[in-house]
Design a binder for this molecule. Structure first.
Ligand SMILES: Cc1cc2nc3c(=O)[nH]c(=O)nc-3n(C[C@H](O)[C@H](O)[C@H](O)COP(=O)(O)OP(=O)(O)OC[C@H]3O[C@@H](n4cnc5c(N)ncnc54)[C@H](O)[C@@H]3O)c2cc1C
Length: 732
């Protein structure tokens, strides 16, 4: 018998997760009832910070227009104890909001709930769910206490959005019994503050009165007005619960010594709430019920941020329910929910509790590398602290996003996404945060492109019938292998020659990460067969040999240009040649085309590197780019420096030998190189290599793939990309 339920879905809890689920069901025309135990306006213990990601989701739901007031944040300032602070500013995405907000939950939650009602959801306030209704092992509704009496509500699906404690999830066996025991936060509102900035401020790590670190932990100040802020502490370890208030007082005492802006009066009371960081997709769904938001444990294990995940998971649940109801109105299949959550959060949250010990290590690494500008540390900083699309990677040009260079007709979208997913899945279990390193910022398809793109382009050559099935999956695996090996090389560059006492974790971390990524890369390449493995290992050997030889010649002004170019051949040229060769292997390209692609890659690599040398010395990467200083201090001799040494000698030679110890010496060395005319020589050589790459392409068949390879040559020597919108159109 097909029993018609009065509701398609009943959603328990009108926080961001429940309201988002109700909103997205209602806009799809589903009959949805939203149950909330309290009455609006109701408060919620929270830091009130909405990341840029959360703001974008709320904007899409039409909630922002209903907010009476919100403080705009242009990013976050992270203070690392004893190591100063750093600003992480939100990237602007075309046509979207480029800021975060601070909105007290007493305002936000009501606005989201009212929005759900406005599009057709029914809301019962003061309606506390006391138990699920279970029939034949399936959840078919809930018992609600409303208006002083119990009411049974039946629905095809129940959504548990009842927060971190989620009594409903517990009642149906989706949560372990006992205490939550994962983390705790305390917050209050301070008024009378002065000099607040338009940044969220985070202070880490916290310590106890005896000065012992409490890892992982942090305190925050999120301005809610000109002179008022939400202030609190978060402790992400089981067993810290009893200490939270004491830690908070210690944090406040420290803050008040920093200056007037931090000494305010408490409005209202301090309030405490638990953090649940134990997301596990397989316990987010059972017969007839889905978990979303905090009930699913969807909280960032580093920052405590959960509103964006709550909103997102509510939407995901609504889509799954809608699809399921379309296929079977009486008994919708909900299993996709677990898959989609897993896919969306790719281990970052999933491994939260399991990885608590490793996170401690990661926090140590973060601390010890906080003042390092090296790319792997910059990547990890962003991945750990601010994964929500906050840019710090503008300066990191090792990874180039060249997607906009694809000619119309070259379809690479699915394969590139596949590469990103594979990279993520191959590192997520051991090091969840590396999954975020492997994939780039929000809104991107998730792949650092340069080598992967070349590989995928290269697979457009050869027998047209081969781009399917096994060959395509091999291409994706090899694309991921290449990217992981590139990241491994990047991590290696994080090793400092003269570590300070603080940075010892940095070196260990860089070496471990490099080894791990390289082993993952080789593992993936085995699937491409012995030839692919051989090509990859040869390239890696060359890159490492180049690096060793570069070290041998560090600070040596006597290195000749030819010797230097042979190092460039070993390092950069072979890393560009690699995807071309592998692409040819996978595509089954004939030997002539394979050889052309390989020489194209080599010449492209040299052109790219020489241009990079010029950019480094001319500060082309904008203010704050201190690569020239880092490289000169490291003793790595760029091509223009060698030319200039031959032309000028004297002062430049002694500066190079001495490793340019001060910023003044770096500036002096760079000025000498520029005056010598060396940049023009290097530029001419880069162009020569570009011509060589173009000549190699002549042997290849005409068409969009070849046009794209030409566009890459132009990019290698000009570093000009077409406008960003092309990326959106490519990746839909
Ligand atoms: C101290 C602290 C600071 C935080 N700071 C931030 C921050 O700055 N930014 C950020 O993004 N995240 C922050 N978070 C996390 C964020 O608060 C949560 O991730 C977010 O609230 C989750 O939304 P939700 O809808 O899943 O659950 P909730 O917001 O907890 O909503 C659950 C709702 O269910 C209702 N409910 C519960 N039981 C029942 C029942 N039996 N029947 C009916 N209704 C019921 C509750 O009344 C509530 O309205 C913080 C968390 C804590 C603890």
């Amino acid at each position: 018998m097909n029993v018609r339920n009065p509701y398609d879905a009943v959603v328990v809890g009108a926080g961001p997760a429940g309201c988002a689920a109700a909103y997205h069901l209602a806009v799809r025309g589903r009959r949805v009832l939203l149950l909330e135990a309290q009455r609006f306006p109701r408060d919620k213990v929270c830091g009130d910070a909405l990341t840029q990601r959360a703001v974008r989701i709320l904007a899409a739901m039409g909630v922002l227009d209903c907010l009476p007031h919100a403080e705009r944040m242009r990013g976050a300032r992270v203070h690392m104890r004893g190591r100063g602070w750093r600003d992480f500013v939100y990237d602007a995405y075309p046509g979207t909001d480029s800021h975060g907000l601070v909105v007290p939950r007493v305002v936000l939650d009501e606005a989201v709930a009212r929005r759900a009602v406005a599009v057709g959801a029914e809301l019962w306030e003061g309606a506390a769910v006391t138990a699920p209704i279970v029939e034949g092992g399936r959840v078919v509704g809930v018992r609600v206490f409303r208006g002083g009496r119990p009411v049974d509500v039946r629905a095809a699906v129940v959504v548990a959005a009842d927060g971190a404690r989620s009594p409903l999830a517990r009642a149906v066996g989706l949560l372990p019994g006992g205490e939550l025991g994962v983390g705790v936060g305390v917050r209050g509102y301070l008024t009378g503050l002065d000099g607040l900035r338009d940044l969220q401020e985070a202070f880490l790590p916290l310590d106890d009165v005896a000065g012992r670190d409490l890892l992982p932990s942090f305190g925050w100040i999120n301005p809610t007005g000109a002179s008022e802020a939400n202030v609190g502490v978060a402790l992400f370890r089981p067993g810290y619960e009893g200490r939270a208030e004491q830690v908070l007082q210690h944090f406040l005492a420290r803050l008040s010594t920093r200056g007037k802006e931090f000494g305010g009066r408490l409005r209202g009371e301090w309030a405490t709430a638990p953090f649940r960081l134990d997301f596990s997709p397989d316990r987010c769904v059972a017969d007839g019920i889905l978990l979303v938001g905090d009930a699913a444990g969807l909280v960032n294990p580093f920052t405590g941020e959960g509103i964006s995940y709550a909103l997102e998971s509510g939407k995901i649940a609504a889509e799954v329910i809608d699809r399921g109801l379309t296929n079977d109105p009486a008994r919708p299949d909900l299993l996709d929910h677990a898959l989609l959550l897993e896919h969306s959060y790719s281990g970052w949250l999933g491994a939260g509790r399991r990885s608590a010990q490793r996170y401690q290590f990661v926090w140590r690494v973060l601390e010890s590398t906080f003042d390092s500008e090296r790319a792997p540390f910059a990547l990890c900083r962003r991945a750990v602290l601010l994964p929500e699309g906050i840019g710090e990677l503008r300066a990191n040009r090792t990874i180039d996003d060249v997607a906009t260079l694809m000619a119309p007709g070259v379809e690479v979208r699915a394969d590139l996404l596949g590469v990103g997913e594979l990279m993520t899945s191959s590192v997520r279990d051991e090091w969840p945060f590396l999954a975020r390193v492997a994939t780039s910022g929000w809104g991107d398809p998730g792949v650092p492109f340069r080598p992967a793109l070349l590989l995928l382009l290269a697979t457009h050559f050869g027998d047209p019938g081969t781009r399917c099935g096994i060959k395509q999956s091999a291409a994706i695996k090899l694309g991921a292998a290449i990217e992981l090996s590139a990241l491994a090389a990047l991590a290696q560059l994080g090793v400092e020659n003269t570590p300070t006492p603080h940075s010892s974790w940095g070196n260990r971390f860089a070496i471990l990460v490099s080894d791990l990524l390289m082993s993952k890369s080789l593992h993936l390449a085995t699937d491409g067969g012995p030839q692919a493995l051989s090509v990859l290992s040869q390239a890696v050997t060359k890159v490492c040999t180049g690096r060793i030889r570069e070290r041998q010649h560090a600070f040596d002004p006597g290195v000749t240009e030819d010797e230097h170019l042979s190092l460039v051949e070993l390092q950069t040229a072979s890393s560009f040649e690699l995807p071309c060769r592998l692409g040819a292997v996978v595509a089954g390209a004939d030997p002539e085309h394979a050889a052309s692609l390989a020489s194209y890659g080599r010449a492209l690599g040299v052109a790219f590197r020489l241009t990079e040398d010029i950019r480094m010395l001319t500060g082309a990467n904008g203010p704050g780019d201190n690569t020239a200083g880092a490289v000169l201090r490291d003793g790595t001799l760029a091509h223009p420096v060698l030319i200039a040494l031959r032309r000028t000698q004297g002062r430049l030679t002694s500066l190079v030998r001495g490793g340019c110890r001060t910023a003044g010496e770096v500036d002096e060395a760079v000025a000498l190189v520029r005056e010598s005319g060396a940049l023009e020589v290097t530029r001419a050589l880069a162009r020569e290599q570009a011509v060589r790459a173009a000549v190699a392409l002549e042997a290849l068949p005409e068409g969009p793939p070849r046009a794209s390879l030409f566009a890459l040559i132009d990019y290698a020597v000009t570093r000009r990309l077409p406008q960003r919108p092309a990326l959106e159109s490519l990746f839909g």
